[in-house]
Design a binder for this molecule. Structure first.
Ligand code: ADP
Length: 418
């Protein structure tokens, strides 16, 4: 549990970083927090002399900076008000509340349970005053991580629909498409706009690109983006009141690449792993693709041979992500479609106008699975809170750096290598 001093020191670090990178807006924002914590701490009667001096010095320094910077910033804002600032002009919450519910998430029973406990309960009218009374922040920050195509984005949209929330989806392409350095402006704009809504979700897709580890990426803009994100996240959390629903969700395929500050000090405390679809999830995805799902009222069922059942196909598609299953099903359905078109073209009767097992096996055989075993092992290592190499060493009980030597020994023992 982070102490007040820890939080203060983190703010102080962000403040120093912002000042050295010349980001006055962030420095001012963090400066406000520094002043209010320092003020509160200085009024504590039992504060030690060392701490009193420490907070006093910070108070004086930041106060001085804030007064001069306020004037400068006001002047700069007036001068740049004519600039064409794309980030500020985008309405990030323009999309309607998604017409989806958690029932639109196929399978993933464990994930839905996690959502029940961590997300739905705190916002239930019954419990939210209790959370508030005990100073538990009502705003939620959730990190969804897992292999690509497992439905992280889809789940967030279903969550927004279920809770009746407006949603802002910030994708890395939105940031990349803009000018270098606009990342911080985009983040600020999204959070500012979120203040207008009582029920909203800010969703950062591929957060690893926005909040990459500072050890890996030393660029000034990356640091600035991260600092802005952290500052706004903290402010967003503390302002949420009972009756409001404010959630920040981030998704990543590479949780280990995130800067540790994003996962520390109450931020993204709830991390939920989104795994590959289980049997039921795969079956439902197949049913949806083939128009067999009961929810798909206006869709005709794709004609299949009697031995091509969703159950059979679901067993064949173990190890594939939801996105891949959708793509595979589409390709399978294309097979009899092509035959039917071809027959029509030639004016002959189509011999096989249904999906056959051979159609399925051909497509699956040719499809390159986007999920690799190594990828899944990387997630297992992250869940076990271990470095990848250490994890492999632990599960194989061998030293990975000596793999070649082991292989040579094994082949020699088998007489395959002289
Ligand atoms: P991710 O964000 O994890 O990369 P997406 O949410 O973009 O994955 O999912 C890709 C596609 O696969 C979406 O169209 C989504 O509808 C579908 N999908 C994946 N998993 C599921 C699931 N469990 N339930 C419903 N649809 C899913």
């Amino acid at each position: 549990m982070a102490t007040i001093l820890d939080t203060f020191q983190e703010f102080a670090k962000i403040y120093n970083d912002a000042r050295s990178s010349g980001n006055n807006e962030v420095a001012m924002r963090v400066g406000k927090n520094i002043l209010s914590i320092a003020e509160a701490q200085l009024s504590q009667p039992d504060l030690s002399a060392t701490h009193k001096e420490y907070y006093r010095q910070w108070y004086v320094q930041v106060h001085e900076y804030m007064s001069t910077a306020t004037k400068k910033l006001a002047k700069a804002k007036t001068q740049s008000s004519g600039d064409n600032n794309i980030a500020d002009n985008t309405d990030w919450f323009s999309a309607d509340v998604p017409n989806l519910t958690m029932d639109d998430v196929a399978g993933l029973v464990d994930v839905k349970e996690e959502f029940m406990v961590n997300i739905f309960a705190p916002f239930d009218k019954k419990y939210s005053p209790i959370y508030y009374r005990y100073r538990k922040d009502l705003g939620l920050q959730i990190l969804l991580y897992g292999p690509p195509g497992t439905g992280k984005t889809h789940i967030v949209k279903c969550l927004a629909g279920e809770l009746g929330c407006k949603i802002a989806v910030v994708q890395i392409k939105d940031v990349m498409a803009r000018l270098v350095g606009d990342g911080a402006k985009i983040i600020a704009a999204v959070f500012e706009q979120a203040q207008k809504y009582d029920k909203c979700i800010i969703f950062f897709d591929e957060i690893d690109a926005l909040a990459a580890s500072r050890d890996d990426d030393e660029s000034r803009h990356t640091k600035e983006q991260l600092t802005t994100l952290l500052t706004y996240m903290d402010g967003f959390m503390s302002k949420t009141k009972p009756g409001q629903i404010k959630i920040i969700v981030a998704a990543t395929n590479r949780p280990w690449a995130l800067d540790s500050a994003v996962k520390r000090g109450g931020r993204f405390e709830t991390q939920i792993y989104i795994p590959l679809p289980d049997f039921d999830a795969r079956k439902k995805l197949i049913d949806i693709a083939f128009g067999k799902d009961r929810g798909q009222k206006n869709r005709l069922e794709i004609p299949c041979n009697p031995d091509v059942t969703s159950e059979w196909l679901a067993t064949k598609l173990e190890g594939y992500a939801g996105a891949d299953i959708k793509a595979i099903c589409k390709q399978i359905i294309n097979k009899p479609l092509k035959r039917a078109i071809f027959a029509e073209f030639k004016g002959i009767k189509c011999a096989e106008d249904c999906v056959t097992r051979q159609d399925c096996l051909t497509v699956i055989g040719e499809y390159i699975n986007s999920i690799t075993d190594e990828m899944l092992l990387e997630f297992d290592a992250y869940k076990a809170n271990m470095e990848f190499k250490e994890y492999i060493k632990a599960i194989l009980r061998i030293d990975v750096s000596r793999l070649k030597e082991y292989a040579r020994r094994w082949l020699t023992a088998k007489g395959l290598l002289k």
